[in-house]
Structures are given as structure tokens and as C-alpha cells.
Design a protein around this ligand. Structure first.
Ligand SMILES: [Mg+2]
Length: 386
């Protein structure tokens, strides 16, 4: 079997949510699906996929490790984040092909199952504190065992570049929000707050200390990601569980925080970090340091299925990110997605990832390759991470 072609699709679902899906085709008719992790950078990543096609077309799709090494290293300069996203999507599609060729679900190829189902957390994102509390109550009522919300910006004070975000003002707002959520949903629901790289070290220490009484499941991305060594400073000063890693694009980015045990949860993004091939290595490395994985998945059904496959085969799992309940969205574009019930995901017992894709419909709903996420600003007009 040889790889014959690699196709890319960017399109919207019924709620105008954008997807970037990669399809790898082989000469004996088996195809596989992958998903790109940074949709906003679509044009650059599509260009990288086209460049990597030189290495893939005509190659054996089952030799995933050889192809990964060639894609990451063949340019002599190691793959950056753009290339890592391209490699991730192709690698996930190759594992889908491998499963279909060997007639096994991907989680079985990875050594699973080690568990029956994978606990997931939803996105509880809303415009006001009251609406965020309401959203947590609603997802708890639906059976989710976790609630996850953002470190709140001040949405009442926006200008043309977006909402105001003053770090020191966000801390008491977070305390107020979490107190209200706890009161509304009780102690049985695991609470996670996503700081979203909005703080520097001093304010992050202040936030983590303020949240110590709340028994949070984790504090996510309490620092910007460019300097993993800064987690050393934070770790020395706070005792809350820390989750980080969604912006890191290879095992080397995770090296320091794993080896020095600076985090408690590794937020591996399978669609950014290098696909299943790389995520499996990072996961096993974490196991030796008693760090659990919390796969980052703000994307669609292919990313979700890859994360669930990894969790089904890994002993060190905290929780899987699942923005919306699989099967409740984009059903026309993805008629088969992972199964979901009572806050838990289960893979389909079908060869490969078990995701079906309506390519014809995707072509009818094209989305632009490039876009920009929202922006936050500070009162003095300077920029703050979104
Ligand atoms: Mg995050």
C-alpha cells in the first residue's frame, strides 16, 4: 500500500464554526482523516502540508514512525509550529489508515483498552459571570462531571480592539465566579479554570494563592507558554494543580516541565504536538513522573476521536477536553463521531478512528483559510493575550 494523495478541507458547520480537515488517500482505496490544530493559520499550514506531500506520496502509510521522523527532520531544520500542525494532521490520518488496514480501532493499536470510557469536560464560556454559572449548572444537569470556564475579562468595557483585561482586576472576579459556581453546582463537580496564558508570573502566583481554598481540579495555562522554565518560579510558590502544554509543538517543548515535575497535567494537543505518534511518547514520558494527560481538544470530531483513542490506551489520564457533546453538532458533516453519554466518551468499535466525513457537503460550505482570534487590551492601550 502506498500514499497516493493528501487533500485539505476548510469549511463551516451549521453554527459557523470552522474546521480544517486533512484526508490522506492510498492506492488501495483506504483513506484516513486528520485535523489541523491551529485553524487561524490555515494558509501557512496548507502550504506546509503541500511541501510535506513530497515526502509522503509513494511512501508506506503504515510506517508511521519513519514518516514522522522524515517529516520532522528532513528539512534539516526541525519542524516549527506550522510544520508540526501539518505533521500532526497527516500522522493522525496515517493511524486512521493503519486501523482500517489492520481491521482494528486505533485505541487497540495503541495497546488499549485500559479503561471502559473517558471522562470529559465541556466548555462553559459565556458573556457574564451569571451566564457562566448558569452554563455550569446546565452542563452538570446534562451529566458532565466537570465544569471548565475562563479567567474572566471585563466584557463591559470593550473598545475597537476587544474587551478590557486588567490582570489584577481579573483575580477577585475569578474568586467571585468560582464561589458562585461552587454554591450552584456543589462539591461533586470538578472545577477547572483556564487562565489562557493571560497572566505573567506575579499575577499568576496571586491568582493561584487566591484559588487554593477552592480545591480546583486544575489551573490551566497560568503563564504564557514561550518560556517553560518560568513554571519553575510558579511551582516553587504555589500548591494548586497546574495544567499546561496546549501551545507546545513537540516532546522537546515538554522536556523541562516533565523532567522537573513543574506541572501536574500535560495538555497535549494531538493536532499541534505531532499527532498520535508524538502524543504517545509524551504520555509515556509523563507516566514516569506521575503527570496525567488532559488532551487539549477545542476542535472537531477527528481531534476528539484521536484524543479519546489515546486516553483509552493510557493509564495516566486526568480528563479529556470535549467542547460540546459529540453527536450534538455537525452531524451532517461527520455522521459518525465518538459515542457520548453522561459526561463520558467512548470510541466506536470500528476500524481506525471511527469518524465518517461528508466531503461533498464540506466543499459546499467553504471557510477562509486564514482568520484571527479575538484580542484583549489593557486600560493603557497595550496588548494582552486573549
Ligand atoms: Mg486552554
Amino acid at each position: 500500500m502506498k500514499i497516493e494523495s493528501i487533500k485539505t478541507f476548510t469549511f463551516f458547520d451549521e453554527t459557523q464554526r470552522k474546521y480544517f480537515i486533512v484526508k490522506v488517500e492510498t492506492d488501495d482505496g483506504i483513506t484516513g482523516l486528520g485535523e489541523v490544530g491551529i485553524g487561524h493559520w490555515g494558509a501557512a499550514i496548507q502550504q506546509a502540508i503541500q511541501h510535506l506531500s513530497d515526502l509522503c506520496i509513494g511512501a508506506d502509510p503504515l510506517a508511521t514512525e519513519r514518516l514522522w521522523q522524515r517529516m520532522f527532520r528532513c528539512g534539516f531544520f526541525p519542524a516549527d509550529k506550522v510544520y508540526a500542525c501539518a505533521i500532526s494532521a497527516i500522522d493522525i490520518a496515517l493511524w486512521d489508515i493503519k486501523g482500517k488496514a489492520l481491521d482494528l480501532p486505533v485505541y487497540r493499536l495503541l495497546g488499549g483498552p485500559i479503561r471502559d470510557k473517558v471522562v470529559c469536560y465541556p466548555h462553559n464560556r459565556a458573556s457574564t459571570l451569571a451566564e457562566t454559572v448558569e452554563s455550569c449548572v446546565e452542563t452538570t444537569r446534562q451529566g458532565w462531571k466537570f465544569a471548565r470556564f475562563d479567567l474572566p475579562a471585563d466584557l463591559s468595557e470593550s473598545n475597537e480592539s476587544g474587551p478590557l483585561f486588567e490582570p489584577r482586576e481579573a483575580i477577585p472576579r475569578a474568586v467571585e465566579l468560582i464561589s458562585s459556581i461552587k454554591e450552584a453546582v456543589g462539591d461533586a463537580v470538578n472545577l477547572c479554570i483556564d487562565v489562557h496564558t493571560r497572566l505573567d508570573t506575579a499575577n499568576s502566583v496571586a491568582l493561584c494563592k487566591a484559588l487554593e481554598p477552592f480545591n480546583m481540579f486544575f489551573i490551566e495555562d497560568p503563564l504564557r507558554s514561550e518560556n517553560p522554565a518560568s513554571y519553575r518560579t510558579l511551582r516553587q510558590q504555589v500548591s494548586v494543580p497546574i495544567a499546561a502544554g496546549e501551545q507546545w509543538s513537540s516532546k522537546w517543548d515538554f522536556r523541562e516541565v516533565i523532567e522537573e515535575e513543574l506541572i501536574n497535567y500535560a495538555r497535549i494537543d494531538l493536532c499541534i504536538a505531532g499527532g498520535l505518534t508524538e502524543a504517545l511518547k509524551i504520555t509515556h514520558w509523563c507516566e514516569t513522573h506521575f503527570i496525567d494527560i488532559v488532551p487539549h481538544n477545542p476542535l472537531g470530531p477527528v481531534s476528539a476521536a484521536a484524543g479519546v483513542a489515546l486516553c483509552m490506551a493510557s493509564t495516566n489520564v486526568g480528563v479529556q477536553e470535549m467542547p460540546r457533546a459529540p453527536g450534538s453538532y455537525a452531524q451532517d458533516l461527520f455522521p459518525k463521531q465518538v459515542l457520548f453519554e453522561d459526561g463520558y466518551a467512548r470510541p466506536r468499535d470500528e476500524p481506525g478512528l471511527g469518524v465518517e466525513f461528508n466531503e461533498t457537503l464540506a466543499l459546499e460550505r467553504p471557510a477562509p483559510l486564514n482568520s484571527w482570534p479575538p484580542e484583549f487590551h489593557r486600560r493603557d492601550g497595550s496588548f494582552n493575550n486573549w
